[in-house]
Write a protein that binds this ligand. Structure first.
Ligand code: OAD
Length: 259
């Protein structure tokens, strides 16, 4: 029971139903996801108890200087991450997003994730703000086309560009700008959507964290699905659904569209 004496399940059912109503009523809903979206599929988050940044220093593994200093170590890490992502399967929350996308016909999805699980699940129109693990490019920007990250790329570490320099993964590294077109589109969507659904991000990495705030400032409702509170949770206009994406998203879909 909570303070008002309402049973937790009732409260949760009420919130799920409110979220389902907001989604069915929206003309342009936009989804924004972070590492928590992938965690039930087995991808580690960055800041949780088992998060990458509890074990490693971001500046060692996710910066240009880190790659130049110790390319073998960094590429070992990316090889492991890529292998994990290839082997993992999208959970039920992804299928729920596919269903919402089918029902609404337009449902752009902005993500900070680089693991490709949204696309693997069949979600269309994915805007990758932090790049992706699919390809790698010359660290010195020699102009050679990007290379697909497949197992044979890792036969000798670090992998090299045809010009002889080392390759870097096409993910956004610390200190780098976000891909211009992706960021521009994300800001435009925040400016034009009438609902935003924010899933599994700690909301601490700028500029991705500013995107829902742009929508909220226009009076647009934001549904937050997260296992924990974030800086977004207490902002007026946010509907807080506390729990995992793999449980909550299918529940919303069930209420909104039936099984
Ligand atoms: P974080 O690891 O910072 O946050 C993950 C969030 O997901 C936390 O708020 C958790 O409470 C929540 N969470 C965990 N499991 C969940 C679940 N099953 N369902 C719902 N929520 C869950 O990840 P991000 O916010 O994505 O950047 O991190 C942002 C950026 O920081 C990353 O893209 C990466 C990192 O440094 C770069 O590498 C450039």
């Amino acid at each position: 029971m909570n303070e008002a004496g309402i049973k937790e399940e009732t409260l949760s059912a009420k919130l799920i139903s409110e979220a389902a109503d907001l989604i069915t009523a929206a003309s342009l809903a936009v989804v924004s996801t972070g590492a928590g979206m992938s965690s039930e599929s087995g991808v580690r988050t960055f800041r949780g108890e088992d998060g990458f940044w509890r074990e490693y220093r971001a500046e060692d593994l996710a910066s240009i200087e880190g790659i130049r200093r110790n390319p073998g170590l960094v590429w070992e890490w990316y090889r492991e991450r890529l292998k994990a992502c290839e082997e993992l399967e999208p959970h039920a929350g992804y299928s729920a997003l596919v269903r919402i996308q089918r029902e609404k016909s337009i449902l752009p999805l902005i993500t900070q994730n680089v693991d490709g699980l949204h696309q693997k699940a069949g979600i269309k129109d994915v805007i990758e703000l932090h790049g992706s693990l699919r390809t790698a490019s010359c660290i010195d920007g020699c102009g050679a086309p990007c290379v697909r990250m497949t197992e044979d790329l890792f036969e000798e570490l670090p992998p090299r560009c045809s010009c002889g320099s080392i390759l870097r993964p096409d993910v956004v590294l610390f200190g780098e700008q976000l891909p211009h077109q992706a960021l521009k589109r994300a800001f435009r969507l925040a400016d034009s959507c009438d609902l935003m659904i924010v899933i599994g991000t700690s909301m601490v990495v700028y500029p991705a964290s500013s995107i829902p705030l742009i929508a909220l400032r226009r009076g647009v409702r934001v549904i937050e699905i997260n296992t924990e509170e974030t800086p977004l949770s207490s902002v007026e206009g946010t509907l807080n659904l506390r729990g995992t994406a793999g449980r909550i998203l299918p529940e919303i879909v069930k209420v909104a569209y039936g099984v």
